[in-house]
Design a protein around this ligand. Structure first.
Ligand code: NAD
Length: 263
């Protein structure tokens, strides 16, 4: 764990937050591992258990067998539906209450930012959410609980009650177009930020990983909090290798004290 001595990375990150007015926080699977949801690459992570080929958008449209595998995966990874936010999610809520947060851009599909108390209007979900299911024909929306209980009751390919269309989790599958409004808004807000904080992302999934580049192009400062190195570490003002919840708690302790005044 990094120390909180003056000039430590924790201290520098707190100073940057105190000096910022438009913070954009960019989160990846790593912010939710302390809530019990495995990230992409860890042993036991979702794609170490399933073949991503079975989860492409095209296959989903074509194959009832693939649709059944998708519902099975959601049932088997129920922590995605039941996990609780951790200290890192709560720290971001606190930044919003301090009036410093412009928005959270998340790659996560667990909706834990909203569960923590972030205003839904300030959370941009680039890859959608597991909490909802939509009809690919008439765009009706249903809760995931509702559709999963139909699957568990024996419907292997539950269809839309209104139009019999194909139902799909409101997440972005491999090969599915990115949501246009969210992607454009994320780009604009990244460019306008004065501080861009990455928490728990390997920064390898594009176009989400373009966001820190937009922020840098707009003159924003960059802080990266991640367990492993990323290819943007050398462009960051501060890099902290540590667990998101613990690191954000330490940073927020200093921010609350207004460290600028005391250092
Ligand atoms: P990733 O798995 O590629 O990278 C996660 C990063 O977080 C890793 O570099 C890892 O070292 C780091 N990390 C893990 N635990 C951490 C912790 N406690 N504190 C700090 N860092 C930690 O994840 P990604 O960049 O989000 O991309 C993977 C894709 O998988 C995304 O598209 C995302 O939508 C999806 N995904 C989402 C969830 C979720 O919703 N919780 C979970 C798994 C995968």
């Amino acid at each position: 764990m990094a120390s909180t001595e003056t000039h430590s990375p924790i201290h520098q990150a707190a100073e940057l937050i105190l000096g910022a007015k438009r913070i954009v926080v960019f989160t990846g699977a790593g912010i939710s591992t302390e809530s019990g949801i495995p990230d992409f690459r860890s042993p036991g992570g979702i794609w170490t258990k399933y073949d991503p080929e079975d989860f492409t958008y095209q296959k989903y449209l074509e194959s009832p067998v693939c649709r059944r595998k998708n519902w099975e995966m959601l049932c088997e990874n129920s922590e995605l539906m039941t996990a609780k936010p951790n200290d890192a999610h709560l720290a971001i809520v606190e930044l919003e209450r301090m009036g410093k947060l412009d928005c959270v851009i998340t790659q996560n599909i667990d909706s834990l930012h909203q569960a923590a108390g972030s205003s839904p209007s300030r959370v941009i979900e680039l890859h959608g959410t597991v909490k909802w299911v939509r009809c690919l024909s008439c765009d009706s929306r249903y809760t995931a609980e509702e559709v999963i209980s139909r699957f568990e009751a024996g419907e292997s390919d539950p269809s839309c009650p209104k139009c019999a269309g194909i139902l799909k989790s409101a997440t972005i599958a491999f090969g599915e177009p990115m949501p246009i409004r969210e992607t454009m808004e994320a780009e604009t807000r990244s460019r306008l930020s004065d501080l861009f904080i990455v928490i728990g992302s390997s920064l390898v999934v594009y176009p989400a990983a373009d966001m820190p580049y937009y922020a840098l192009a707009g003159g924003s400062k960059l802080v990266i909090i991640n367990l492993e190195p990323t290819h943007l570490d050398d462009r960051a003002q501060v890099v902290i290798r540590g667990r998101a919840g613990e690191v954000m708690s330490e940073i927020m302790t200093l921010v609350r004290r207004g460290i600028s005044a005391s250092s």
